[in-house]
Design a protein around this ligand. Structure first.
Ligand SMILES: *Cc1c(COP(=O)(O)O)cnc(C)c1O
Length: 398
């Protein structure tokens, strides 16, 4: 140990603060691949909080595609995209993604968070204004913070609030409305049709973060823009390759000039090494698979309906989600932490989500359904929720 001075001792106090607020946790560790049933922290449990919506993260077709790519291209890329890291396979992936998304072009970033940070930072300057839903994802907030633009935050999904912000920013050089498509804590959906109408009326750009809509909403999982029939009317379609696609990375889809500009200016694109070719290959396989094996998407929605109905019948408050994201309301933070702990004891893993991520009295355990869950898995999950819910008096006992 070379901990020579007390300089870093402040961390102990900061950690204690986090613990007092129920905001401290260790990293849960998997001893298996990501799937419906896993070994986590040494226990056999039902996995109920991954974003592996379609079960692609461990799918044989993606594994095979990645292995072939490793044989052909090797593992690493050894350079940033702009210098020497771009291989043909990166361009192939971007062409394929654009075709799938029905846009002119796309650009892949190392992560969704990098796509949000880099894009917002690169497009928006001091004379501009950004208008953002109050519950937008942290990576959007980071992107906004990287700019000197004026900011307006409107109340969650409140279209009057959005219109007010548009009126208040009429002197800005350019305006960007940015919103999550599917909100990750509640599973509700932005009224994108109305947002686009307002944007057209007030001449503002629209950027939608489709991290939880990609592979879940729209025809063949094309996402929220397709779901609302708004293709061609949303300026910046952002998403991740790391959730339903089962891989890793973020992307921006839109006009060709958007890509041309971002490759030269987005710092989170420029200053980071290119994706391994195996990740590109697996992602391309995922995009193919989502179109030629529609059963995964169908199963995801069947599972979603079945589980939500079961939970409602048991008397749980599961909010107003319209997607596989299913918040199970617990009340205060301590109750949510305890609910998660007892579920784990009974063989179900789902993390608690507490203040300040959600309101103080809306702490919850968030369930995510996947296509991989079997009917037996879901029935077992419902039995576990029933036992624990009655014990904790979250639902009526007898
Ligand atoms: C997960 C997520 C991201 C970040 O994506 P990564 O690829 O994991 O970096 C961005 N936005 C939203 C809404 C997300 O849920």
């Amino acid at each position: 140990m070379n901990n020579m001075s007390g300089k870093m001792d402040f961390l102990k106090d900061l950690i204690n603060n986090l613990k007092e607020q129920n905001l401290y946790g260790e990293l849960p560790v998997l001893s298996t691949e990501q799937k419906n049933r896993v070994v986590l922290n040494g226990r056999d449990v039902l996995m109920m909080c991954s974003n592996n919506y379609l079960g692609f993260a461990n799918h044989p077709r993606l594994r095979a595609a990645a292995k072939l790519a490793i044989d052909k291209w090797g593992f690493g890329t050894g350079a940033v995209r702009q210098i020497a890291g771009t291989m043909e396979i990166h361009n192939q992936l971007e062409k394929m993604l654009a075709a799938y998304k029905h846009t002119e072009s796309s650009l892949v970033f190392v992560a969704g968070i990098a796509a949000n940070r880099g894009t917002i930072q690169s497009l928006m300057g001091e004379e501009d204004a950004i208008i953002s839903d109050e519950l937008n994802h942290g990576s959007i907030i980071d992107g906004v913070r990287l700019t000197k633009s004026a900011r307006k935050i409107y109340p969650h999904l409140d279209m009057n609030g959005l219109e007010k912000a548009l009126k208040e920013t009429k002197d800005a050089r350019r305006r960007l409305i940015v919103t999550d498509g599917v909100f990750s804590m509640d599973g509700d959906i932005a009224p994108l049709d109305r947002i686009v109408e307002l944007a057209e009326e007030y001449d503002a750009m629209v950027m939608v973060d489709d991290a939880h809509g990609d592979g879940v909403l729209g025809k063949d999982g094309r996402g929220i823009i397709n779901h609302f029939g708004l293709e061609g009317r949303v300026d910046i379609d952002m998403g991740t390759l790391s959730k339903a696609f089962g891989c890793l990375g973020g992307y921006i889809a839109g006009r060709k000039e958007l890509r041309d500009y971002l490759i030269n200016t987005a710092r989170s694109f420029i200053f980071t090494t290119a994706h391994p070719p195996s990740v590109c290959a697996a992602t391309m396989e995922a995009i193919k698979m989502i179109q030629d094996e529609p059963q995964h998407l169908r199963q995801l929605w069947e599972n979603t309906r079945y589980f939500k109905k079961g939970m409602s019948d048991l008397g749980f408050d599961i909010g107003h989600s319209l997607t596989p994201i299913t918040p199970v309301m617990a009340g205060n933070s301590m109750t949510a932490v305890e609910l998660s702990r007892q579920l784990f004891e009974e063989g179900l893993f789902a993390k608690p989500i507490v203040f300040p991520l959600v309101a103080r009295d809306r702490a919850r355990v968030r369930i995510n359904l996947t296509a991989q869950h079997t009917k037996d898995d879901l029935d077992e999950a419902l039995r576990i929720f029933e036992r624990v819910g009655k014990r904790m008096k979250l639902v009526q006992g007898f």
